[in-house]
Write a protein that binds this ligand. Structure first.
Ligand SMILES: [Zn+2]
Length: 502
């Protein structure tokens, strides 16, 4: 097709011209129809749909039932959100039928634990000291309350679920005060309008390591609550309600909140931070996951794509280098390296252009960008040998920016407009030329989104982000994450702050 030009068309006879035009028409119709294919009109999976298209559709018919919100029913959390919130109203069905909230319905048949555990240890919890007179107390005789709790125990090549019966005692002191021992409790995550708030407490059936295990099945392996329930039943003969599974997953994330606050403080002192963002859904509503990753810190956040959200991660106290893509919110940071991989991909696309000139220019840009990276990667080079390449790259961009070819023009301008950030790694050896670290850190999040369709509530998003931040930071520091998270839950249930990750 690239051979068609004014002269060749001029030489054609009328019927040949008609023939050619019709063939071109059929060809463009074919292409157009291929472009229009998506999960609703072909066998393509929903995950292949563009998230940007989805948000457009949601804006177009806000009244219609929200497809992706229905899809996540399986991943339902049992929290009821404030009914006046945006996402809730967006999700109302078009037919005006009563909207069913996720989780157990009011008045439906509940179920408790039918069988008593046969094999369990007993742990006694006595009041140690009188709170009034500090006198030491003798162990009491009769417990005032008790409950069973299950814990996952990890030994080399073995995992088992064990059961403990906890007895709590009261004891009257000689001074007359009755000291009552209760299970400890800590942080409470409050959501307005929720029937029961989530409180970290020792008074629970799920032990810290078991809760961590459940959270890892959900957040790491992308298993739905129903599948986790089946898994526990099949492999451990252990039955747990969907509500308790959901609570355990949340709890693991909430126990990590203070750790993440601490990590954000540490991040401001790093000298190189990779940052990137990718689409996310919260109850079918479009939002973004951000990741900021340095050599030994990884922090994820879910929210808007606005500058304000970025400032939560990279505050004014940050004076290091940012490695980013071309997104506008990053532009105000002076010490910034623009990811060259994005520019190289665009140059590669140009080399496949129909237009011969654009093809050549794409080749040229690609050559200069690649040799720049290669030369810097050799290490000893320094600034000097790069100068001719920089000069040629600039010339290629200057020429490209005057071209009529839209894509070439925009790529050339993109490089020129952000020149200092594109070549920062030449002047500052040691800066990476690409943002691969951040993109790799987001890769599995994208896969997780495709499996689970995202999160449902603010608390769900927040706790998910906190948990994966801790998991990723642990793996950057070569620390086993699960013991650390279980320990944080255990401390959180006592109202103690988690220990630093080290
Ligand atoms: Zn006393």
């Amino acid at each position: 097709m690239s051979q068609i030009n004014h002269e060749t068309l001029d030489r054609l006879r009328k019927h040949e011209m008609i023939d050619l035009t019709l063939r071109l028409r059929d060809f463009s119709i074919d292409l157009y129809e291929q472009l229009k294919l998506n999960s609703k009109n072909s066998s393509k999976p929903p995950s292949s749909d563009s998230p940007f298209q989805k948000i457009k559709e949601a804006d177009d018919h806000t009244d219609s039932p929200n497809q992706s919100a229905n899809d996540i029913q399986d991943h339902a959390d049992d929290n009821k959100k404030d009914p006046s919130s945006d996402s809730q109203t967006k999700n109302t069905s078009a037919g005006g039928e009563h909207k069913r909230s996720p989780g157990r319905q009011p008045g439906s048949q509940g179920f408790g634990r039918r069988e008593k555990p046969v094999d369990y240890q007993i742990e006694h919890h006595y009041p140690q000291q009188c709170v009034i007179c500090n006198r030491l107390l003798a162990p009491g005789a009769n417990p005032h309350s008790g409950f069973y709790s299950f814990e996952l125990e990890r030994r080399p090549h073995e995992v088992t679920i064990t059961c403990t019966l906890h007895y709590y005692y009261s004891q009257t002191c000689d001074c007359g005060h009755e000291n009552v021992q209760h299970p400890a409790s800590g942080y409470e995550s409050i959501i307005e309008g929720r029937t029961r708030n989530l409180k970290l407490s020792e008074y629970t059936i799920v032990g810290p390591m078991l809760a961590t295990f459940i959270a890892s099945l959900s957040r790491r392996s992308g298993m739905s609550r129903k599948k986790i329930r089946l898994f526990l039943h099949d492999w451990f003969g252990f039955d747990l309600s969907i509500g308790m599974i959901c609570k355990s997953i949340r709890e693991a994330g909430i126990a990590c909140y203070p750790v993440v606050d601490d990590l954000i403080d540490q991040l401001q002192r790093e000298d190189k931070v990779h940052i990137d963002e990718t689409p996310w859904y919260q109850k079918g509503v479009f939002c973004w996951v951000w990741v900021a990753i340095s050599q030994n810190i990884a922090i994820y956040q879910i929210g808007t794509r606005k500058k304000q959200q970025l400032l939560n991660l990279i505050t004014k106290a940050f004076f290091g280098w940012l490695i980013t893509d071309g997104y506008g919110a990053y532009r105000s940071y002076e010490k910034r390296q623009r990811c060259l991989a994005h520019l190289i991909r665009k140059a590669i696309a140009l080399t496949g252009a129909v237009d011969k000139q654009a093809q050549k220019a794409g080749d040229w840009l690609l050559r200069e960008l690649r040799s720049l990276i290669k030369l810097m990667a050799q290490g000893e080079a320094g600034m000097k040998p790069c100068r001719p390449i920089l000069a040629r790259l600039k010339r290629a961009c200057n020429l490209g920016s005057q071209s009529d070819h839209a894509k070439l023009k925009s790529l050339a301008k993109e490089i020129l407009n952000d020149w200092d950030a594109v070549v920062a790694f030449v002047k500052n050896p040691g800066l990476p030329a690409t943002n691969n670290e951040a993109e790799r850190a987001l890769r599995w999040v994208v896969l997780y989104r495709k499996i689970t369709f995202g999160t449902r509530t603010d608390e769900g998003s927040h706790s998910f982000a906190a948990l994966i931040s801790v998991i990723e930071t642990c793996s950057l520091r070569n620390i086993e994450p699960w013991n650390y998270i279980a320990q944080s839950i255990s401390r959180g249930r006592k109202g103690l702050a988690p220990l630093p990750i080290e």
